[in-house]
Design a protein around this ligand. Structure first.
Ligand code: NDP
Length: 258
């Protein structure tokens, strides 16, 4: 198949992005909408979600302004199923699923509470299962789909004080690779992105000293930006990446080089 003249024109495609109200997910929502996709995103904060949807729609032409927000907790299996069903009924399909929603509940194991473990697993890992389960049947029927999972370099290297987060992010990689094997014959690819430290609210709480220490570990000499991640997602969703599946793409300025 010939590569289209603009491989990043996603007109006619429908995307579902989890955790689109802030940070990386917000950037992805806005970027995909600007590239022509009809984007639906979810989060738990209704006020913020509706504000973000309005902001993004205002930047689009009236014909393409269809970005919509769902107040859905990805840890809730039924809510994810209902969200996917509503989008499919309205749009006919979901072509792209970007599993981005994530939380941290950091502490050393000795102080880590059972609820810290359970919440991180429920949102970061089970959320990926819930949303994939909700959309994959439709993709299989259409013989087309792109699954992207936001993992983390922490899932590859571990981190003191983040055993719950590291375990969930490593689990996402195993899940994404399994999806790749199950679904490749149906023209569905599944890839994980492992960002290093990206400047968002999640990393904003770091004090200056910790930040400097982290930058020392990054050969590129800077934290990543949400734009570094959206560029990677554009590539993975484009026809340029049609033969790439089951991979973990590190976007970390060289922080972890195996
Ligand atoms: P933010 O904390 O800035 O944003 C997280 C997003 O997830 C928000 O939109 C939030 O919306 C949503 N979210 C949280 N819990 C739920 C839930 N239960 N159901 C639905 N949505 C939810 O995070 P980042 O943008 O920094 O991170 C995005 C992803 O990238 C995460 O998976 C993170 O682990 C991963 N990552 C981030 C890195 C970084 O340095 N920033 C590095 C490596 C990986 P709301 O508050 O409305 O629920």
């Amino acid at each position: 198949m010939m590569t289209p003249s603009n491989p990043f024109d996603f007109s006619g495609k429908v995307a579902l992005i989890t955790g689109g109200t802030r940070g990386i997910g917000k950037e992805l929502t806005s970027t995909l909408a600007q590239h022509g996709a009809r984007v639906h995103f979810c989060g738990t904060n209704r006020e913020l979600g509706e504000k973000v949807a309005d902001e993004i729609n205002q930047e689009l032409t009236p014909e393409s302004a269809g970005t919509s927000f769902f107040q859905v907790d990805v840890a809730d299996f039924t809510a994810c199923k209902e969200m996917a069903a509503e989008i499919t009924t309205e749009a006919g399909q979901i072509d792209f699923l970007i599993n981005n929603a994530g939380i941290t509940r950091d502490n050393l194991l000795l102080r880590l509470k059972e609820s810290d473990w359970d919440e991180v697993m429920a949102v970061n890992l089970k959320g990926c299962f819930n949303c994939s389960k909700a959309v994959v049947r439709g993709m299989v029927k259409k013989r087309y789909g792109r699954l992207i999972f936001l993992s983390s370099v922490i899932g590859l290297m571990g981190n003191s004080g983040q055993s719950n987060y590291a375990a969930a992010k490593a689990g996402i990689i195993g899940f994404s690779k399994s999806m790749a094997r199950e679904l490749a014959s149906r023209n569905i690819t599944s890839n994980a992105i492992a960002p290093g430290y990206i400047q968002t609210e999640m990393t904003e709480t770091m004090d200056l000293k910790a930040r400097e220490k982290i930058i020392e570990m990054i050969p590129a000499g800077r934290l990543g930006t949400v734009n570094d991640i959206s560029n990677t997602v554009l590539f993975l969703l484009s026809p340029l990446a049609d033969y790439i599946t089951g991979q973990v793409l590190q976007v970390d300025g060289g922080m972890l080089i195996a």
